[in-house]
Design a protein around this ligand. Structure first.
Ligand SMILES: Cc1ncc(COP(=O)(O)O)c(C=O)c1O
Length: 424
C-alpha cells in the first residue's frame, strides 16, 4: 500500500543529506571574522584585505573572468548589473516566463519594462526563437536564466543579441559552476550574476556576486554596490578605509558582510566535488527514471560539459499516470521518501509574487500599468510546466546511489498503484 494511504514508506526522511553544510573550519573562519574587528567591507582596515575582496578574486578566477564584485544577494546582483549597463526608463529587458521573480523585479527596479518570454519545452530556459520575435528597438538587455540544472542555448542567444546590439546578462543564481562549451556560465555574457542564498548550490545564507571581463563595468559595479565607492589601489593605513570615495556614479549599499565572505572562502574548495556528486547522481536518475515510464528528464544540451544543479526537474507524461495531477503524484512520492517534491515556479504571468501594479512607483500612469501587466504575455510552455513538471532540491543529489535507487523505486511504486491515488 502507498505510504500516502497508510502503507510503509520506502525511506524515512531523516537520512537525506542536509543543506547548507559547514565544517569545523567554517566555524573557525567565522570566529576569525568576529575577532578581526572587520565585519564589513566598509569597516576600517585592520591589517588584511576585506574577505569580500579576497573571495571576489577567487570567484573571478574560478569562473575564468577578470573581475567579481560581492553583493548582498542575487537580486542586488541583477539590479546593479542592469544599472552598470545604464538600463533605465524606456528600455525593455527580456526575462523568462518560468523562473523566480527576481529577473523581472530587477527590470522594474531600474524603471525598464520586463518583457516576459516563454521557455523552450526541452530545457525550460528561454526559447531563443521567441526571444528573437520579442526584440524591438527598445530591447536593451536579455536576462538569461540558467534554470534549476539546465542552461540557455548561449550560442544561439549570443548570436541574436550581438546582431541586435543587446546585452546578455547571465543569471547563474541556480547554476554555479555549470560549463557551456568548456567555459563557466556567467562568463559568456557581458556580466554574470549569482545568488548565494542558503538554498543555492553554493551558499552563504544571503549573498551574491557579479562577474565580468569588462574593466569599465567593474568600476561601475563597485560604485553601485558601495555608495559610490571603489576599492583603494594601495594598502590602506591601519584604521583607515579600504574604500575610496570615487563618486563617479550614484551608488547605494548592496554590500555583503565579511561573515558571509568568510563562509564562501571556506566553501569554495568543496564546490567541485559537490558539483561532481550531484551531476553523477542526476545522470543516474535521468537513465533510471526514464525506465519507470511516464517520466521525461530535462534535456541537457550537448554544449553543457559540466552541470551544476539547483533542483532536479522532471516532466510527467500525465497520460501515463491515469490522469492524476503532478501534485497528486508528488504528494504520494513525497510520502514514500520524506523530502519535499513540488511543481516548478508558476508561469510569471500567474506568479502570486509578481504584482507590479501593487506599487505606486511602478504603476505611475495607466499606460505604464498596462505595459507592466503580466497578463499580456503568452506563456503556454511555462504554464504547462507548472502543471506537468516536478522538482526537488539539489541536496538530495548529494546522497548515495542507494538514495537514488529509493527515488526511482518510489516513482515506480506510485506509478504501479496510481489507481489508489485520489482522482485530482
Ligand atoms: C534565477 C534567480 N535569479 C535571482 C535570484 C535572486 O537571488 P536572491 O534570493 O539571492 O536575491 C534567484 C533566487 O532564487 C533566482 O533563482
Amino acid at each position: 500500500m502507498l505510504a500516502l494511504n497508510g502503507g510503509t514508506p520506502l525511506r524515512r526522511g531523516e537520512d537525506w543529506p542536509k543543506w547548507p553544510v559547514h565544517t569545523p573550519e567554517t566555524t573557525k573562519a567565522l570566529q576569525a571574522v568576529l575577532d578581526s574587528q572587520r565585519w564589513s567591507i566598509a569597516g576600517t582596515y585592520a591589517g588584511a584585505p576585506a574577505r569580500e575582496r579576497t573571495f571576489s578574486e577567487q570567484w573571478a578566477a574560478y569562473n575564468g573572468v577578470k573581475h567579481a564584485v560581492g553583493v548582498a544577494n542575487g537580486s542586488a546582483a541583477l539590479l546593479i548589473a542592469l544599472e552598470a549597463l545604464d538600463i533605465g526608463p524606456g528600455d525593455e529587458v527580456i526575462v523568462p516566463g518560468l523562473c523566480w521573480v527576481a529577473p523581472a523585479t530587477a527590470a522594474l527596479n531600474v524603471n525598464a519594462t520586463p518583457i516576459i518570454v516563454d521557455v523552450d519545452p526541452a530545457t525550460f530556459c528561454l526559447d531563443v526563437k521567441k526571444v528573437k520575435e520579442a526584440i524591438t528597438p527598445r530591447t536593451k538587455a536579455i536576462i538569461a536564466v540558467h534554470l534549476y540544472g539546465s542552461a540557455v542555448n548561449l550560442d544561439e542567444l549570443l548570436a541574436i543579441a550581438n546582431a541586435n546590439n543587446i546585452h546578455v546578462v547571465e543569471d547563474c543564481a541556480q547554476s554555479h559552476g555549470t560549463r557551456w562549451n568548456g567555459k563557466n556560465v556567467g562568463s559568456h555574457g557581458i556580466v554574470g550574476c549569482f545568488s548565494f542564498h542558503q538554498g543555492k548550490p553554493f551558499a552563504s545564507g544571503e549573498g551574491g556576486s557579479v562577474i565580468t571581463n569588462d574593466t569599465r563595468l567593474y568600476r561601475r559595479l563597485q560604485m553601485l554596490r558601495a555608495d559610490s565607492r571603489t576599492w583603494v589601489d594601495h594598502t590602506p593605513k591601519m584604521g583607515h578605509m579600504e574604500l575610496h570615495e570615487a563618486g563617479e556614479l550614484q551608488g547605494s549599499n548592496h554590500c555583503i558582510s565579511e561573515f558571509q565572505s568568510a563562509i564562501l572562502i571556506d566553501a569554495l574548495p568543496r564546490l567541485e566535488q559537490q558539483i561532481k556528486t550531484r551531476q553523477e547522481n542526476a545522470r543516474y536518475l535521468d537513465e533510471q527514471l526514464l525506465k519507470v515510464g511516464g517520466i521525461v528528464p530535462v534535456t541537457r544540451p550537448k554544449q553543457v560539459d559540466r552541470q551544476s544543479y539547483y533542483h532536479y526537474m522532471l516532466r510527467l507524461e500525465l497520460g501515463a499516470w491515469a490522469g492524476r495531477s503532478n501534485t497528486t503524484v508528488s504528494e504520494a512520492v513525497e510520502a514514500e521518501l520524506g523530502f519535499w517534491i513540488h511543481p516548478p515556479y508558476p508561469a510569471m504571468k500567474d506568479h502570486k509574487l509578481y504584482v507590479p501594479a501593487t506599487k505606486r512607483r511602478f504603476r505611475y500612469n495607466d499606460q505604464r500599468a498596462a505595459e507592466l501587466n503580466p497578463a499580456r504575455f503568452e506563456l503556454p510552455v511555462s504554464q504547462r510546466a507548472y502543471k506537468e513538471n516536478l522538482v526537488f532540491h539539489h541536496s538530495v543529489l548529494l546522497g548515495t546511489k542507494q538514495h537514488m535507487d529509493s527515488i526511482v523505486e518510489a516513482f515506480a511504486k506510485v506509478k504501479k498503484a496510481v489507481n489508489e491515488l485520489p482522482n485530482k
